[in-house]
Design a protein around this ligand. Structure first.
Ligand code: PAF
Length: 293
């Protein structure tokens, strides 16, 4: 496994791979890797000759009062974990390498990047879309792997490559959970033990929402109200948002029909904002991302 901190050395190594006709898959991350990231790596290893994992805590996707400084970082630990997997290259640049000068160019999606989490975190998806575009330009992958947990991010990136005609297949990988349902997240280490236990309420609420959906509820409000009751019963949870949306476009849904839907939830436990989601439909749906292919 080669570790690159510079764009030039990674590009040179990947040019050799491409000259041999090898396919390249990229797994963009902000590090502090967990089993959810490793699922992305496993999937990428099964579908590509060469896997590149990028590790970069991107400052431009954090707002002024957000947790950029508190975001967990441990490159040695990340590299030790990746060693056990078929990863050819790790790209772990500095901020100066990625942003040698203030950007005059950015990638903005409207309205998709400005609704839901984008409304609560203005500029967040501009930061994400711009850094992912830079990573795509640096790596030039055939395929890129993202977790479904950050569902709006996945939808934004799918839409971005469709809009910009980028020749990259975006692969969404299902959320990995602890045995008690908590979605794996690098931010989980910042939860106090009590908040860690309380956070399982999100998975329980999503289970209930999905059950109602499958049982035939036709009003989004019925599903969301039932979920709100479950979350309100957990005093440590401060619900920030709860939405039922079209799974392909994130458009609001008035009446539930056969199309794939996604339930999106964000909640604070102490000062940690957790997000979770559940893709569902009356009938089991396949990869909704195909809609943008
Ligand atoms: O999901 C993440 O870890 C980040 O938002 C990403 C996609 C690596 C961009 O910084």
């Amino acid at each position: 496994m080669q570790v690159h901190t510079q764009i030039g050395t990674l590009r040179a190594a990947l040019a050799e791979c491409r000259a041999r006709g090898e396919s390249v898959g990229v797994v963009p991350t902000m590090g502090y890797l967990h089993a959810g990231h490793m699922k992305l790596v496993e999937r990428a290893s099964g579908e590509n000759d060469v896997v590149v994992v990028t590790i970069f805590v991107n400052p431009t996707q954090f707002g002024p009062n957000e947790d950029l400084d508190a975001y967990p970082r441990d490159l040695e630990r990340d590299l030790a974990q990746l060693d056990a997997f078929a990863v050819a290259h790790v790209f772990a640049p500095t901020v100066a390498e990625m942003y040698p000068q203030p950007l005059q160019t950015s990638v903005d999606l409207a309205p998709l990047g400005q609704i839901l989490i984008g409304a609560a975190r203005p500029g967040h998806f501009r930061g994400v879309a711009t850094v992912v575009t830079k990573l795509f330009n640096i790596v030039q992958p055939d395929r890129a792997y993202f977790g479904e947990k950050d569902y709006q991010q996945l939808t934004v990136i799918r839409r971005m490559v469709a809009d910009l005609s980028s020749p990259i297949a975006i692969v969404g990988v299902p959320t990995v959970r602890e045995a008690d349902g908590l979605a794996l997240s690098s931010r989980n280490v910042r939860l106090s033990p009590d908040d860690r236990n309380a956070a399982t309420v999100l998975a329980r609420a999503l289970d209930r929402g999905e059950a109602l959906l499958r049982a035939g509820a036709s009003e989004p409000a019925v599903i969301l109200d039932a979920m709100r009751v479950i979350i309100a019963a957990e005093p440590r949870a401060e619900l920030a948002s709860l939405d039922l949306r079209d799974a392909a476009t994130l458009d609001a849904v008035e009446t539930i029909d056969a199309r794939p839907l996604v339930i999106l939830v964000t909640a604070r436990f102490g000062d940690v904002l957790l997000i979770d989601q559940r893709i569902s439909a009356r009938t089991q749906c396949d990869d909704v991302g195909e809609n943008f292919a």
